[in-house]
Design a protein around this ligand. Structure first.
Ligand SMILES: C[S@@+](CC[C@H](N)C(=O)[O-])C[C@H]1O[C@@H](n2cnc3c(N)ncnc32)[C@H](O)[C@@H]1O
Length: 285
């Protein structure tokens, strides 16, 4: 009797992974990071490290409470809150990110009657008539580094003031951000591989590496995330510019906005060990 052998399974591990030198020589098509949600999803769809903070802080508010999230993105956090029965308003300047959020809400049959979305940046939203439509809010959220996309002190102060003025009695502002990395600051420019590969839903393997430059005088970190499908001759280069806020600056601006109770929780298990920077969660009211 002939022995039957199962055909060998395709193994991602067996595929050649290019060296950083090889990756640097490739050509890249450039775009804004948030214009191509496919890559945001590849990187962060499964990021859950902030859930325990937001779940804990929102637990006292009954379902039906009104939440506002600035920088709602593709809904990673907002859709979790919508699922829990909150009235969710999302403000997000990138239409592709908002479209991804909408399509995820539909795919999961979430109650979109409780969902209001505004394709605007935080500063524009605050000035618009919609800014008062769903107020007051039990919680205003600037989730997952959104604060780093508000680059100017005046703009951030406006966002904090608006949050204070439109907060329900007993309400709160919640946010999290990454403090400046001393390694970035001291090196100025650096390039590094990331210690993981991604597999998309079609089974393709993507490797990523970043090119970052840090301007110490303005605390602006400009990063180009580079994504390369393992067999591709061209990569994607996605730009992102972030103002890295120090905890002292955030604390000062919150207090200037009249939020006198400010609590910082440092979450550094991963980031501090790897990159010399800390991640902070903040509650202010
Ligand atoms: C790191 S993502 C966070 C997305 C989402 N909150 C999450 O937890 O996955 C930051 C988001 O802020 C948005 N953003 C950029 N500039 C902004 C601004 N000025 N006001 C509000 N949101 C902004 C980006 O388009 C992006 O979707």
């Amino acid at each position: 009797m002939a022995l039957k052998f199962a055909p060998p399974k395709a193994s991602f591990d067996a595929m050649p992974v290019r060296t950083l030198q090889e990756l640097l020589k490739l050509q890249y098509e450039s775009a804004d990071f948030y214009e191509l949600p496919f890559f945001y999803e590849l990187d962060y769809e499964n990021y859950t490290r902030d859930f325990v903070f937001y779940d804990t802080m929102l637990a006292p508010f009954p379902s039906g409470s009104s939440l506002l999230e600035f920088g709602a993105g593709s809904g990673r956090l907002l859709l979790r809150n919508l699922f829990r029965g909150y009235q969710c308003s999302g403000v997000e300047p990138s239409l592709p990110m908002l479209n991804t959020l909408r399509s995820k809400a539909n795919t999961h049959s979430l109650n979109t009657a409780n969902l209001s979305l505004y394709c605007q940046d935080a500063e524009g939203f605050i000035e618009s008539p919609a800014a008062q439509r769903h107020a007051p809010f039990e919680a205003v959220i600037l989730g997952f580094n959104t604060v780093q996309h508000i680059h100017l002190e005046e703009a951030l102060l406006k966002v904090f003031r608006y949050s204070k003025q439109n907060m329900a009695r007993g309400g709160t502002l919640l946010m999290d951000f990454t403090a400046p990395c001393y390694q970035d600051m001291s090196l100025g420019i650096r390039e590094w591989g990331r210690p993981f590969e991604h597999h998309d839903q079609e089974g393709r393997t993507w490797v990523t590496y970043d090119h970052a430059s840090y301007d110490e005088t303005s605390d602006v970190l400009t990063t180009r995330f580079r994504f390369v499908a393992n067999d591709a001759v061209k990569g994607k280069e996605l730009r992102i510019t972030q103002r890295m806020w120090r905890p002292q600056e955030i604390d000062f601006l919150l207090r200037c906005a009249g939020l006198k109770n400010v609590h910082f929780f440092e979450h550094d298990a991963e980031t501090k060990a790897g990159w010399g920077c800390s991640h902070f969660f903040v509650q202010a009211f």
